[in-house]
Design a protein around this ligand. Structure first.
Ligand code: DC
Length: 221
């Protein structure tokens, strides 16, 4: 059994940035579970499905297979054998993933993949329900959050830096909607596990957050 670190939290809290850095320092494998939900979302979009059409999504699940591979330590996500790691970052894919991840069959499909990865390796896995559902026995659980305005500002700066024209208010609204969906769905909603450590990064630098998480890992090792 590997040593497991779970990082959950809302969209834009910096989970993947932080988890990648912690993985680099500890030698753990970084597992991005959002990428798995996004890969399935690509399939549903390719099929022209409505994110709220539960029965169509359940049916489409049957022809989709998601797998993960690592190239030089970087996670690549495959949909039916095809690398969709770039495609999954599109905004429309994130929005579809937020909707389709409410469907229990979608979650079931990815749960085994997540648990198998954690069984074999020391992993730092990020998502929404890792500490509460996927890896309830993880040695370290972190709930990483930040205020909506901080998260919207970070996203705005990130897109602006890439010369992508965007609107702060729209991003803010999008984050609020995504939080609501992720936190209020029936199956495995986003919430802080009872034994998770709360880290609010609103007024912390990336280095400070990484240092704090590594301290918790060292305390448990
Ligand atoms: O972290 P992300 O933005 O890549 O995730 C995309 C969507 O996938 C997110 O809105 C909710 C869903 N998700 C989930 O339900 N459970 C996870 N463990 C990871 C992601």
């Amino acid at each position: 059994m590997g040593f497991n670190v779970a990082i959950d939290g809302p969209a834009g809290a910096g989970k993947s940035t932080i988890a990648k850095l912690v993985a680099k320092e500890t030698g753990f494998i970084y597992v991005d579970t959002g990428a798995m939900y996004r890969a399935l979302a690509v399939h549903f979009l390719n099929e022209g499905l409505d994110g709220n059409d539960v029965s169509a999504i359940e049916k489409a699940c049957e022809d989709a297979s998601v797998s993960i591979k690592y190239e030089n330590g970087v996670q690549k996500v495959l949909l039916n054998g095809k690398d969709v790691s770039t495609l999954i970052r599109e905004e429309k894919v994130g929005n579809m993933a937020s909707k389709s991840s409410c469907v229990p069959k979608v979650r079931e499909k990815l749960l085994e993949l997540q648990r198998n990865l954690a069984k074999e390796e020391d992993v730092i896995m990020d998502g929404r329900d890792i500490g509460t559902n996927s890896l309830p026995n993880a040695e370290v659980k972190i709930y990483l959050t930040a205020s909506v305005s901080t998260r919207a500002k970070r996203r705005f700066d990130e897109l602006t830096e890439k010369c992508i024209v965007c609107d702060y208010n729209e991003i803010y609204k999008d984050i609020e909607e995504r939080d609501y969906r992720d936190m209020n769905r029936e199956t495995a909603p986003l919430k802080q596990a009872a034994d998770a450590i709360l880290v609010d990064s609103s007024d912390m630098t990336i280095e400070e957050v990484v240092k704090e998480i590594i301290k918790h890992i060292n305390d448990e090792r």
